[in-house]
Design a protein around this ligand. Sequence first.
Ligand code: CA
Ligand code: CA
Length: 506
Amino acid sequence: MKNLRRKTLAAASAMTLAVGLALTGGLAPAAAAGPETSYLVLAPQGANTNQAAARVASANGTVVATYDQIGVLVVRSTNPNFATQVAGAGVESVASTAGLGTALDDSETVEASAADVASATGDPTKEPRYGEQWDMNMIHVPQAHAITTGSPNVVVGVLDSGISSTHPDLATQIAKDKSTSCLGGVVDTTEAAWNPTSSDHGTHVAGTIAAAVNGVGVTGIAPGVKVAAVKVVNNDGFIYPEAAVCGFVWAADHGMQLTNNSYFIDPWELNCRNDARQRPVWQAVQRAIRYSQSKGVLNIASAGNSNYDLAHKNTDYDSPNNLPAPQEPTPREDLNSACLDLPAEAPGVVTVAAVGPTGQKSYYSSYGLGVVDVTAPGGDTRFRTQGARSTLADGILSTTFNTATRTNGWGYKQGTSMSGPHVTGVAALALSAHPGMTPSALSSFLERTAVAQPCPAGVYDPVPNWPVPVPPATLPHNIGPSYCSGGTARNAFYGAGMVDAFNVVK
Ligand SMILES: [Ca+2]
Ligand SMILES: [Ca+2]
């Protein structure tokens, strides 16, 4: 599973760190207390959390957040035996989340020069940097804006690393009263708490969805809607399950109709199917996702940047390179359906792959028949023209925030993290033009209006010998051949096709 090694390593380091802390804590001979650890405590589905809270107190835990809506408590405790002692009536399950943070797939930002300021015309194509926004032309954003730029009644939760509230292209676009940090599973609505600290990933995502048409910088897909920062990525770049739980519940309870999730928390890589300790954690996240859907939220998630077949990850083969297309690998029988990449693979979530400026699958985009629902521009800075080296301008230009110098700007990133917000922006336009659609109706509408795109024939390997013939071991983990299964109407690379901003509003 070489394609997944990087993330697995990141998660393993977090675990090592937790173990290291535990050992340090254990050195105090007289004290029974260990290091403070976060737990998710689940009450039985449908029950309130009163009984569970009482048990938490008796086991020397502190409830730091109560999610009665889904029967989940976020707890901290220094009691090394907390998980055992909290068990009992009113507690369905409990698990520590230590080591279960997943690293954000943060691609490098390449800063663009400062934007010129033009006069605000209301025409997105007159924004100073529009000439570099090939992605907006590809999904027909200017044509859509002739009909609507979106309604301020539509609020999109950006579950990410925060949004810069001082950015000239975003300051007017943020629903500040609905923005929060969810780090540690605990809501903190102060403006500083939901601004970016160590990553501008969320600022870039927010710009793609809703950067203003204001004569400065770039245009977003739906500049008439509002984005809310829901910070779930901690300062080390990890998304912990308790933050994701908090984020989904927050979005649901604050009238958001959409969330963008350009990350995934990935239990499968940690062998969750064999790990009883992890299962309650993922159950808590799944409860939160289901709850948000019940409150009318459509959640949109990126497929990942591992060039990996998500429909066959439960299979035994050393490498996709060994897979003779079109032969399909044999599924393993021990797949535990409770252990999926979340939220990308949770039922009802719109899962998004990525394409570059050619409209073909980005070299890094993960895929999977029945997993990928739609595709959208995410950039492809390597394989734009089937072998010619391309440029950084083949990434996605959006709003940035330099966390070292604390300055706002514009720059390029690429990834399914960037394609996801294109779908979210289109969904926001769709809801603006056709208010009141349920999440499932909106999801179907996005697929129905997408422009279907056939599979490339045979094995897809845009540049087999990029940039010169090199041993496979030295290639980046997400470069290599892949195989697209399925027909034109729906396939592994593009799902139902490329979302289209004009088709959803016309
Ligand atoms: Ca602008
Ligand atoms: Ca899906």
